[in-house]
Ligand binder design. Structure first.
Ligand code: NAD
Length: 484
């Protein structure tokens, strides 16, 4: 069967793009083309923005309770299609089915939180600010928002934003990752089922050209971006230049610090899942293990043993621990970093480059890889590899571990493994990273908390999810009243 050509969803209708330019979407386990994604034209961008703009007034006048009811309906649709959604994620991204189920669950949780909009969007007031004068602060929707999202959580990341935006009364445009656009298509089939008024939610496929056109369009009020740091920096500046609000969540290089008093039997499985889960393609993935003092030798031995036991294969196989990486390009980049690490003088303890997966000769597989003798100046310690490669750095004490963390331009996440409350508090107090784990390998905030980030991992002030999202998607209007 010929692969499906993906459509755009504009003003409540599925539309074929007029663009002649298409990209192949491949199953990373087999390299088979599963869909073709159009790189939509700037005319199509203008139309999608116009549809969202025209839908805004009617939607903003729809009561918050009615808007919330659509969230309940979307949740129900997603629960019904839970396993299908998870399978689509595996097919386009490669992650293992259990991780895909986790992604669907967190996606639904964001819809559930947004269903609380009648209480989340309330303002506040104060009587008698002066004699006979009262003051109110009301939260109002802003207009048209869009998101531009990465390949690694193709279903969930748009849902860090879209449910909050529309529950607050805005209209919305999703620009999915062109590498993994299929799960958004399935999500929009569900959105189509719940019969939102046309134009409230829209989707346009494409790449940089579509993103630039969205930001240059005066009818777009704001952007939520998640992706790499260079693109995040560029889009944050571009959004500001065009007078739009923006929140740009970006790249990462996260440290997992292991203190000499850590419980290694429980810390090592958490570290494994942090570094090698989703084949290292998570912005919260641990990349550097910072071993403090004499924990180094036993830790190194346990990490290599645990990583050697991970099975690599097709994510649909329930016995597999790690799937392929997303594209041939990613595979080449990760292999390049392994070669670079060898050149830089790090010691390769476990080499994933020769992994063979029976019956999957064309998949983009790479096995768990571990370097030791990594120093903070090396490229493999500084740069985001975004693959299943662990670097172990040895330091003498807690302060040196913090120096390693703070030597990085990134500030997305950091974890500490310890049994000491003192070190845990110092870590929380001093570390400049947005999402911290204490004896937790992946510090992923639940839907009602902001998905944080600092330094070169975040550009903006309000994050995705939770209360931050409500603030981002509203304006505060102050009304001062006196009656004669
Ligand atoms: P990417 O930056 O290549 O692409 C992200 C999005 O930006 C895509 O939709 C793409 O079409 C668009 N884009 C790419 N180049 C562009 C350009 N020059 N102009 C305008 N738009 C452009 O990122 P990716 O490879 O899809 O995702 C991986 C990255 O995302 C990693 O760096 C990872 O750390 C990061 N990430 C961050 C978070 C977070 O919350 N901080 C979460 C997930 C992923």
């Amino acid at each position: 069967m010929a692969p499906q050509v993906l459509k755009n969803y504009i003003d409540g209708e599925w539309e074929e793009s007029k663009s002649k330019e298409m990209l192949d979407v491949r199953n990373p386990a087999t390299a088979e083309v599963i869909a073709k994604v159009p790189l939509s034209t700037t005319d199509e961008v203008d139309r999608v923005v116009q549809a969202a703009r025209e839908a805004f007034q009617g939607w903003r006048e729809t009561t918050p309770y009615t808007r919330a009811r659509y969230m309940f309906e979307l949740k129900n649709q997603m629960e019904e299609r839970f396993e299908d959604l998870a399978a689509v994620i595996v097919k386009e991204h490669g992650k293992i089915i259990d991780e895909a189920r986790g992604e669907v669950r967190r996606s639904i949780e964001n819809v559930e939180v947004a269903a609380g909009i009648p209480s989340l969007m309330t303002g506040y007031n104060l009587e008698d600010v002066s004699h006979g004068i009262d003051e109110d602060c009301v939260y109002q929707p802003v207009g048209v928002f869009c998101c531009v999202t990465p390949f690694n959580f193709p279903l969930m990341v748009p849902l860090w934003f879209m449910p909050y935006a529309i529950a607050c009364g805005n209209t919305y445009i999703v620009k999915p990752s062109e590498i993994c656009p299929v799960s958004q298509m399935v999500l929009f089939e569900l959105l189509d089922e719940i019969d939102l008024p046309p134009g409230v939610v829209n989707m346009i496929n494409g790449d940089k050209r579509v993103v630039d056109a969205l930001l240059e369009n005066p009818d777009v009020d704001g952007l939520s971006f998640v992706g790499s740091t260079p693109v995040g920096k560029y889009l944050y500046a571009k959004a500001a230049a065009h007078g739009k609000r923006a929140q740009c969540q970006a790249g990462a290089k996260n440290c997992l610090v292991v203190m000499p008093d850590a419980v290694l039997t429980q810390s090592v499985p958490a570290i494994m899942s942090s570094v090698f889960g989703t084949a290292g393609q998570r912005c919260l993935a641990g990349a550097l293990v910072v071993a403090v003092g004499d924990v180094y030798e036993p830790l190194e031995e346990m990490l290599v043993e645990a990583a050697s036991n991970l099975n690599v294969g097709d994510g649909m196989d329930e016995t597999i621990h790690m799937g392929p990486v997303v594209t041939q390009r990613s595979l080449d980049r990760i292999r390049g970093y392994i070669e670079k690490g060898i050149e830089e003088g790090a010691t390769l303890l476990l080499d994933g480059r020769d992994v063979q997966v029976k019956d999957y000769p064309d998949g983009y597989f790479i096995g768990p890889t571990i370097f030791t003798d990594v120093t903070p100046g090396m490229a493999i310690a500084r740069e985001e590899i975004f693959g299943p490669v662990m670097g172990i750095v040895r330091v003498d004490d807690f302060d040196q571990a913090l120096e390693v963390i703070h030597g990085s331009p990134y500030g997305n996440a950091a974890s500490l493994f310890t049994t000491s409350g003192k070190w845990a508090r110092e870590f929380e107090y001093r570390v400049q990273a947005g999402n911290l784990g204490i004896n937790i390998g992946i510090a992923a905030p639940i839907a009602s908390f902001p998905f944080s980030g600092m330094k070169d991992s975040f550009f903006g002030d309000l994050h995705g999810q939770g209360r931050d999202a409500i603030e981002f998607f509203t304006d505060r209007k102050v009304v001062i009243t006196r009656w004669f």
